[in-house]
Design a protein around this ligand. Sequence first.
Ligand code: HEM
Length: 531
Amino acid sequence: MNLDINYTSCSYLFFTFIIIFLIHRLFSSTSHRNVPPGPRGLPFLGHMHLLRSSLPRSLQALALTYGPLMTIRIGSLRVLVVSDSETAKQILKAHDPDFASKFVFGPRQFNVYKGAEFFNAPYGPYWRFMKKLCMTKLFAGYQLDRFVDIREEETLALLRTLVERSRNGEACDLGLEFTALTTKILSKMVMGKRCRQNSDLPIEIRKVVRNIMACATRFGFMELFGPLRDLDVFGNGKRLRSSIWQYDELIEKILKGYKDDKSNKDDLNSTEGEKDKDIVDILLDTYNDPKAELKLNMNQIKFFILELFMASLDTTSAALQWTMTELINNQDIIVKIRDEIKSVLGTTNRLIKESDLQKLPYLQATIKETLRLHPVGPLLRRESNRDMKINGYDVKSGTKIFINAYGIMRDPTTYKDPDKFIPERFLVVEQTTERKMGYYYKQYMLELKGQDVNYLAFGSGRRGCLGASHASLVLSLTIGSLVQCFNWKVKGDKDKIKIKLPTGFSASGTAGGSSLTCSPELNSDLLWTPN
Ligand code: HEM
């Protein structure tokens, strides 16, 4: 009797499996007509078994067999992967408006501010409105210029902390220092007024944003792509939701402070000059503007502020850590940057300023090279909004695309010795030397975000990074100052940092994990010190 039951259930299971397998084959064969090639997949799992711990590197390796446009299935996500700059050019340049939406994976249902996203918003009226606001007001050139004091002040504060450490012979965790620096700078840009009243605010913000990001990164591969996607089996979704509620409580208080300030001013009939406005002021002005093209709601404002912190804290901090890692491992480059700074400052003994950065191409090339090797956003996401042909293959509306920026920036056909750290590769003169304001500037290939689809550290096209100019100023000023003022070595008796290849969906991890512990030693050539 028992045997009968086992036999029946086994045959039932067997036939169910065969039927599912046949349906899967049937659907795959019809939908695969004239679609880009890809490896043979498994039912349910797709190509998960072919993906190693680092997704961008796995995809780079598969592209060697399946070509620059291949089809990959990760659980329920079917995606086309672009692996060379020619194909990327079609997506990011020729068909940019047709691919101006981003697809989103993972469990969005835990986001308290559902539907209020800007970073992942489809290419529609809300995204266009916010992008225009970013370009004309929030991150416009004049606005970035206004924040120069914040960046220089916070860099100086970091140097002072490090001088103290070096005098006491203490090591420092650069990972922590950089996160503190980037949070303070951004907090003052976004909500400078509240930071002046509560100097601990950047620390509170960092704690809350870190919690949210830690919860978001705890989701495993199966929860992001696989059959467990909609079930919160490990409770990560619940934790994420409760961290976002904590943020909501904090931001409510902050916004209330702004509203109270405004009613006090209205009572006193005093007006505020444009130049005193921080990013929250501009967002609230837009919210209250009856003539605005689109009516913002409070959830959109709250989530936009959270997205700004999420987009900038870990990215900028990871980029700073990677640059210091490469510099500590390549001490000759530290010497070259320092010589370049000396040649610009001449006999004046002072700290470099933002206004010097244009005259420091080698420093900029070093940062560009770091982000080529260690992009913090290695896979760009896009979604097509109409049927078209790419590389002769049919790409239907709604097709999801990964552009493998990591693979493209290590392509040996574009970059000689692609795995080596060589800042000089960007010092090839691009245009004729020209005289501007009494100086001869050479036009080097130093642009971090622009038309060059061989270089995608900040993405490209309509959905490219909106904080690239700000990030570039923070990176150059911080690294230039650290090199100018200190000699750097790793803590302990090793003279190099072992670069472990990062794992996971992103390649943004840092060589030392979340921390980079080093010993700063005051540069003895320096007559001036940041006291
Ligand atoms: C080293 C620092 C940073 C790096 C490497 C970086 C990189 C990136 C990348 C690769 C993307 C996706 C681009 C694409 O899909 O084409 C992106 C998007 C974005 N980044 Fe950054 N980012 C950095 C810092 C920042 C900062 C400081 C801000 C703002 C203050 C910022 C704001 C944004 C925004 C708003 C988007 C989304 C744009 C959109 O979808 O329309 N980023 N960033």
